[in-house]
Design a protein around this ligand. Structure first.
Ligand code: SF4
Length: 241
């Protein structure tokens, strides 16, 4: 697993809390290199760190500073540099922009897209903000209580949301057109999220679903549909040509 882990890195939600306050930025970014390549000489490590700092938009003369000397957006760039330094194949981004201001969110998302393209990375991007997901994701997986509700290409899920939960989520996304926003009908969900330790029988969404009936309490739906769009619902299905 240790060798595999090198290919799978993480970017965390809270940029400042995810960085060790007692380590300099240079040491934080270099730590994965020292772990996996202990034989690498110090000048080479420094060069690698400076190069990756430049790639993520940090100045290499900031290498000896501490995390508290940086803004939230810069701290997230440090986290991204640390995740990139091992040239991984996959990065799991756990709500990487939710703690940032909107303008900084855009900068960080654009940076992630640039490095993804340049380094051929796969990003698993976890977020609650559907506008962010729409902007960045090629494929979208909507989850409810740890279960897959809908999976498909970005265009398929956003163009034709089919699961009742996805529909409710989509109806809550703010629209940039003030008239459309005023006339929009938001589908409010009743009740609270059930405990994941004791989930409902059958479909886990049934306690809040407006379409639920007896069958939904008996049968647990699985993802069905086409390779481009699949939905886990007994009533709303994707049309298969
Ligand atoms: S299976 Fe039933 S409860 Fe679950 S989402 Fe579909 S209609 Fe709603």
């Amino acid at each position: 697993m240790r060798l595999k882990r090198k290919d799978i890195q993480m970017i965390f939600q809270d940029p400042l809390a995810s960085l060790n306050p007692r380590m300099t930025v240079g040491d934080i970014i270099a730590e994965p290199l020292r772990t996996y390549y202990p034989e690498m000489k110090k000048p080479k490590v420094q060069n690698e760190v400076r190069a990756i700092m430049k790639k993520v938009g940090l100045l290499s003369n900031q290498i000896n500073r501490y995390p508290h000397e940086f803004s939230g957006g810069q701290c997230q760039r440090i986290g991204i540099a640390r995740a990139l330094i091992l040239k991984p194949k996959i990065i799991i981004c756990d709500e990487p922009v939710s703690a940032l201001d909107v303008s900084i969110q855009a900068q960080v998302i654009n940076l992630l897209q640039d490095v993804q393209e340049e380094m051929g990375l796969a990003l698993i991007f976890i977020a609650h903000d559907l506008s962010v997901i729409k902007h960045i994701a090629d494929r979208v997986l909507v989850m409810y209580l740890g279960n897959a509700a809908e999976l498909g290409l970005n265009k398929a899920v956003y163009g034709n949301p089919t699961h009742p939960y996805t529909k409710a989520l989509m109806s809550a996304v703010p629209l940039p057109d003030p008239i459309a926003e005023r006339n929009k009908v938001i589908q409010l969900l009743e009740g609270d999220l059930p405990s994941p330790i004791n989930p409902p029988s059958g479909c886990v969404f049934r306690t809040r679903c407006p379409l639920a009936d007896e069958e939904c309490a008996q049968i647990k739906p699985v993802l069905e549909g086409t390779i481009n769009h699949r939905v886990a619902c007994l009533k709303n299905k994707v049309e298969v040509a």
